[in-house]
Ligand binder design. Sequence first.
Ligand code: AMP
Ligand code: MG
Length: 402
Amino acid sequence: MRGFAGRATVEDALSWLDEQTQRLPEEAVSLGEAAGRVLAREVTSSVDVPAFDRSMMDGFAVRAADTMGASAYNRLSLSVIGQSMPGKPFEGQVGVGNAVRIMTGAPIPDGADAVLPVEVVEIEADDRILAQGDVSPGKHVGRIGEDIRRGTTVLPEGRVLRPQDVGVLSSIGCSHVPVMRCPRVRIVVTGNELLPAGSRPEGYRIVDSNGPVLSAMVARDGGTVINPGIVSDTPEAILDAMRTEADVALVSGGSSVGQEDHAPTLLREHGQLAIHGIAMRPSSPTGMGSLDGRLVFLLPGNPVSCLCAYDFFAGRAIRALGGRSPDWPYRQVTVPLGRKIVSTVGRLDYMRVRLVEGRAEPMAISSSSVLTSTTRADGFVLVPPDSEGYPPGSKVEMYLYD
Ligand code: AMP
Ligand code: MG
């Protein structure tokens, strides 16, 4: 076994990575598929919504001036000359002393400038009402373009589309939405000791947990997972899997410098191994590079190392490829430390912590092979390479998993 010649800093690895990642091209999807996707271009409306003045109440479209002075004690008579229904306007003109029966959402007829709600009307006959209250011009009228003005931007580029965004797109007549293509991510799980996810552990064999963790994180970051299964631990099979049609390949396990660690050698020989060995804990035996134009991440097999390496590097790249913010999707809080954190100078530490009565408590077991150190934790604290750690009570920035 050879050791790592030297370890890159996290910063170096990130800056190499950021140089490699460009947004993928856009694609058009139908409205029904657009929610949750990233809008590739800002959307400007070419129409007014609503496209006509409309009634906000059920009642009668009138000339406001005709209702002046009307009250329960001074009822004013108006003649009903027709009706306006949603989608079926009244075609004529509302003259002095006229009223048109109108429904909510129906177009305001020409000549009318207000709606007298049905509550302040006494219906005397089919063609005659008595106004028992007055309305001012514009009352209960929804104006053309009050929701969306023609020519205005309704949604910005880069927006992760909400359900209501899709509604707005529909209301301006958009049938297909320009969105970022989702990065396709091949997950290559290696390790002869592994049983496929969904099995029971048996004898000395352990069940793959990295595949399910990575699949979920890729989905969270807007990627499409391709075949997250176990690949036999031979150079041929791993190379073949790394070459699957995809934008990114994640290789779990065998990322270090041991006899059985094939992926780094393969990447060096067939592509580029840009970074191998990073000054951090866990995840020090992480590698990254490219093969046939796609990014390849070599993630350590230890479950916490795998998760952490994904989160630091692969997740960032996948989000950026898909047009999302490269930043972590974790909320940050500043909290006092419950117990001291000890760290080694020269590497960045990813410390899992629990929140106990508002204080961050480092997990007692912090081995990178103990995955429950991440499920029992509420989040993590980073200790930078130049720090030896923090005494109890010091304020730290905590990233929350939820
Ligand atoms: P490796 O990086 O392949 O040397 O693996 C380091 C440790 O992680 C070993 O104890 C492996 O058994 C374990 N390991 C590797 N891959 C996985 C996996 N997919 N799920 C759970 N544990 C794994
Ligand atoms: Mg292995």
